[in-house]
Design a protein around this ligand. Structure first.
Ligand code: MG
Length: 303
């Protein structure tokens, strides 16, 4: 299932929504409430405005039930829970606890920046505060120098754990989505030359576009056979397959959880294929990954 976060609903607040095959969004909590009432039950789902992640974590069964319910009841019964496909969305996880990012995980990308392919994963973190949603603007502050896009497959951890084996690793994943690991490249290079951490270069506000929605694992047959494309102003700049990952998702989960406990809602940004390049105010970015939709963001100048 595809779980989006509607920016505005008739209830006056954001709401988790199921994206239907025709692109429309169904406000899940409202629909469940309606379904329970229609079945003569007492609604117990006036829960505290659950997020798409809440549903991704617990609700494969719930949403399966909801799908059955919506096919039982006439669609017209849910009209007031439906929103058009063009509705504004916020990031499906607006403030992730951790974005665990993997550097130089595609050989061709490592080499295009003059780096060797690493012998073990390069792990760094981006703060949840850098996340923006589909349609939001990436803000480039004055004086920051070159800023690059990096289109990446994002893995959302569902079941946490320590010392997860490679064999079991994929059972700890609940969903996939698109991430743009926007990077202040000049700042990163300056830090690398001084052998300093490059946290700042990765952590500017708006430097973490995420979305447009979470796609649960049942819809992605093979996460290592997805095409990642990125366009700047309509021109293709990145076009690679997740097959090109140096360290694959099960290995990354085993590796990370060897050293610290993974938690539900952690995001692993799995690295970017070749073709990274700079963006400037006025540019328009489109990232597509097979089965995960399209993430678009414009670029504006900040102060
Ligand atoms: Mg990256």
């Amino acid at each position: 299932m595809q779980l989006a976060y509607l920016r505005e609903t008739r209830r006056g607040k954001p709401a988790a929504a199921l994206r239907r095959s025709n692109g429309e969004y169904l406000d899940i909590a409202s629909a469940i409430e309606k379904w329970v009432k229609a079945s003569g039950g007492e609604s117990s789902v006036s829960f505290n405005n659950p997020s798409p992640l809440d549903f991704a974590l617990v609700a494969l069964e719930t949403v399966t039930a909801l799908r059955l319910a919506t096919s039982e009841l006439e669609d017209s019964a849910f009209t007031d829970c439906l929103y058009p496909s063009a509705s504004a969305l916020i990031a499906p996880i607006p403030r992730p606890n951790r974005i665990l990012a993997i550097g130089r995980n595609y050989g061709a990308h490592a080499m295009e920046l003059g780096n060797a392919v690493p012998e073990e994963p390069i792990v760094f973190m981006k703060p949840g505060s850098c996340v923006i949603g589909p349609g939001d603007s990436i803000v480039i502050p004055d004086g920051v120098g070159r800023v690059d896009f990096e289109a990446e497959l994002a893995v959302v951890i569902g079941k946490g754990g320590k010392d997860i084996s490679e064999e079991n690793a994929l059972s700890h994943v609940t969903a996939y989505t698109i991430f743009n690991d926007v990077t202040a490249r000049d700042k990163q290079r300056a830090a690398q030359e001084k052998k300093h951490p490059w946290f700042l270069a990765k952590s500017l506000d708006t430097f973490g576009p995420l979305g447009p929605f979470l796609v649960t694992v049942d819809e992605i047959a093979d996460p290592h056979n997805l095409q990642i494309t990125l366009k700047v102003n309509g021109e293709t700049k990145q076009d690679g397959s997740t097959e090109g990952m140096n360290f694959r998702i099960p290995y990354l989960i085993a590796y990370l959880s060897r050293w610290f406990k993974l938690e539900p809602g952690d995001i692993i940004a799995t690295g970017t294929p070749a073709g990274v390049g700079p963006i400037v105010p006025g540019d328009f970015l489109e990232i597509e990954i097979t089965g995960l939709g399209k993430l678009t963001n414009d670029i504006i100048a900040g102060t």
